[in-house]
Design a protein around this ligand. Structure first.
Ligand code: UGY
Ligand code: MN
Length: 239
């Protein structure tokens, strides 16, 4: 498609908006009939990686030894003993070696973070279905529901949540905080404020927010907007 150099994607000092027209695919070690879209990595200053893996039918991937969170977007994956369908997730602690494979084509988010373990205990593997998690309203707003996918346990040094906004719902404040975010729009659309820019965003878009990036979201359209969001968590900033 000829777009004459136009894109909604943007790469600013404290944030990135990456829209699907600018996604670049490349294989990673351990992949067979699969490819990765690396959304964010330490090369850009992040403390984690987030990428989408696209599996062809029969494709497989053995992630590296870093602790890894997997969230299935489409299709079905087998990870070791487990079968993960759409909206299912799994966490693999550091050092786990598991082959992730797809009988038919599938897509999944992979998030990896070097472990900051201190003396907080060993993180255990877990898995689940996002839809089975009870949601809680953010700051008492029933129109903005958060699902926390990680156990509430200091052994885990990052968190991944989903946030679902009814049309018209919005964050009650502009947040500015030390944690960074990797965010994938799963459904719907809205306006994201990042730094001093306001971007129209929709399902399929990826956003990275550096520490202290001013951030705010408001949903529009006729259906809910929902995103998957990573943040570093549970550790002192000097750790
Ligand atoms: O968890 C968060 O910091 C979340 N409220 N941030 C965001 O949605 N941009
Ligand atoms: Mn935030």
């Amino acid at each position: 498609m000829q777009n004459l150099g136009f894109t909604r994607s943007s790469n600013k000092q404290d944030h990135i908006l990456q829209t699907p027209d600018t996604f670049v695919r490349a294989p990673l070690p351990g992949m067979l009939d699969a490819t990765a879209i690396i959304h964010i990595a330490p090369a850009r200053g992040a403390g984690f990686t987030q990428y989408t893996v696209e599996f062809e039918a029969g494709g497989s991937f053995i992630p590296g030894p870093t602790q890894t969170f997997i969230y299935v977007l489409e299709g079905q994956l087998t990870a070791g003993e487990q079968t993960l369908g759409p909206n299912h997730y799994a966490y693999l602690p550091e050092g786990t070696e598991v082959e992730v494979s797809a009988q038919d084509s599938a897509r999944a988010v992979f998030i990896e973070k070097p472990c900051n373990d201190l003396d907080s205990g060993d993180p255990e593997p877990f898995s689940g279905s996002e839809q089975a998690v009870t949601s809680t309203p953010l700051a008492g707003d029933d129109a903005l529901q958060v699902r926390t996918l990680f156990p509430d346990d200091p052994a885990y040094d990052f968190a991944v949540n989903t946030m679902e906004y009814q049309p018209g719902a919005r964050l009650s404040m502009v947040e500015i905080h030390v944690m960074e975010h990797g965010l994938l729009m799963l459904e719907g659309e809205g306006i994201y404020r990042l730094g001093d820019h306001w971007y129209p965003v929709k399902a399929g878009d990826f956003i990275w927010m550096a520490p202290y990036c001013p951030q705010w979201f408001g949903a529009f359209g006729k259906t809910p907007a929902k995103y998957l969001i990573y943040k570093d968590w549970n550790r002192h900033p000097l750790a």
